[in-house]
Design a protein around this ligand. Structure first.
Ligand code: 0O2
Length: 215
């Protein structure tokens, strides 16, 4: 029982979760700094919002059990990559790749894994760029390297994902209705991708217009 394990020896769990909270702060600040600099250079913000979350103990224990791993602080650190999560909601698809590159070019960031669900969407229709990175955090007497899952997506992709997430976790929907809703959401994902590309094209035309005025 998870509650018993934590209550027997709470300290290692508290310390580990605190380190993940610090790692989230580090990554969030890096993106805020990039947003600030981009604004000066290009006169617009590439980031709409940043959402952060620490995985709940309930969800951590469920995931470890699914993987056949024991529940302990050490096991959490070794077997899970997404305890700390930072979701960066961008204006355009192009911003996603620009921001990812800027983050990964920083010399204290180590890339562990990339999952590009924009170039290769999931069968559900899900699109986002996922990066598993390691970032250092500096405590009073130690430096720790912590894993963080960064999800980068456009506003439109986020709009789709939040509704699809609700569908997956709503247990009272009958199976036949779930299938048809999944199909509908898959088609919406295609439309959203088309929309993202058209908006990107409009943005590029507007940017080109700016150059015409100057010349
Ligand atoms: P939460 O509450 O967002 O944390 P993993 O499950 O991480 O071991 P997987 O499936 O390879 O292995 O990870 P992946 O593909 O990187 O996806 C993990 C996270 O991406 C999910 O976290 C969701 O946040 C998001 N995601 C992936 N696929 C979908 C999808 O089809 N629809 C939506 N809405 N989100 C998706 P969690 O743990 O499911 O939940």
């Amino acid at each position: 029982n998870v509650i018993d394990v934590i209550q027997d020896n709470k300290r290692p769990f508290d310390e580990l979760m605190s380190k993940y909270r610090c790692a989230i702060m580090e990554i969030e600040t890096k993106f805020k700094v990039l947003n600030e600099q981009y604004l000066l250079q290009y006169d617009r913000n590439p980031i709409e919002t940043i959402k952060t979350r620490l995985k709940s103990m309930e969800s951590i224990s469920r995931k470890l059990a699914q993987k056949g791993k024991s529940f302990s602080a050490k096991s959490m650190e070794e077997n899970l990559d997404d305890i700390a999560g930072v979701r960066v909601i961008c204006s355009f698809q192009e911003d996603i790749y620009t921001l990812a590159k800027c983050l990964l070019d920083q010399d204290d960031i180590e890339l562990l894994e990339t999952k590009d669900y924009i170039k290769n969407p999931k069968p559900s229709g899900y699109r986002s760029l996922h990066l598993i990175v390691r970032v250092p955090i500096f405590l009073q007497n130690e430096k720790c390297l912590m894993k963080v899952e960064v999800q980068l997506r456009t506003i439109a992709m986020d709009f789709w994902a939040s509704l699809e997430h609700k569908l997956r976790y709503k247990k009272e929907i009958p199976e036949f209705e779930k299938d048809s809703l999944q199909k509908e959401l898959f088609e919406c994902a295609q439309m959203i991708n088309t929309l993202d590309q058209r908006m990107e094209a409009v943005k590029n035309r507007l940017a080109a217009g700016g150059q015409w005025e100057k010349s």
